[in-house]
Design a binder for this molecule. Structure first.
Ligand code: FES
Ligand code: FES
Length: 182
């Protein structure tokens, strides 16, 4: 008997991006692996697999979590949002997705899902109409690693995302937009 054949399997209902699906996984299956391999949501990327890079970040009940540090069985009863769930059901991009496009905030894109989910959660802490400074933006993205961009355009995209939220709310920013400071 192989190890995998002997390993006990557990039924789990995973609620991801508004849909609940049953999966059967060993207790040690990481949430990141369950998302990618069991649910085929490959937008969640896996880099370091030990909680450092942030590429695997998803939202658990709205809070950014390294999905490589969480077991799939722990996700039962929680609402998971992956990068695939950021856009609206009508297809409208999330402000942070639009901002990354506007600001050229990605190159290879491997780190991008983790940045998008992390920033999307942080934006919820700011009312539309307010602005996010570059220092605040750096604080928001400080836990995510990118090997390509040098971070400058990612920082700009945080401010731009808030500007887009403000525009969508029909408001005027309280100070000049900080998306393009060069
Ligand atoms: S893959 Fe999870 S933090 Fe790097
Ligand atoms: S865009 Fe390549 S790692 Fe960030």
């Amino acid at each position: 008997m192989t190890d995998s054949a002997a390993e006990k399997q557990f039924p789990v209902n995973l609620s991801v991006n508004g849909t609940t699906k049953p999966v059967t996984v060993p207790a040690r299956r990481l949430l990141s692996d369950a998302l990618r391999h069991d649910l085929e949501l490959t937008g969640t990327h896996v880099g370091c697999e030990h909680g450092v890079c942030g590429a695997c970040t998803v939202l658990v009940d709205g809070v950014p979590v390294r999905s490589c540090l969480m077991f799939a069985v722990q996700a039962e009863g929680h609402q998971i949002t992956t990068v695939e769930g950021l856009a609206g059901t009508d297809g409208q991009l999330h402000p942070v997705q639009e901002a990354f496009r506007d600001c050229h905030a990605l190159q290879c894109g491997f780190c991008t899902p983790g940045f998008l989910t992390t920033i999307a959660a942080a934006l919820e802490g700011y009312e539309p109409g307010t602005t996010i400074s570059d220092d605040e933006a750096r604080e928001i993205v400080g836990g995510n690693l990118c090997r390509c961009t040098g971070y400058q355009n990612i920082v700009k995209a945080v401010g731009r995302a808030q500007e887009i939220r403000t525009q969508r709310a029909g408001l005027t920013p309280d100070v000049a937009a900080n998306a393009d400071t060069t």
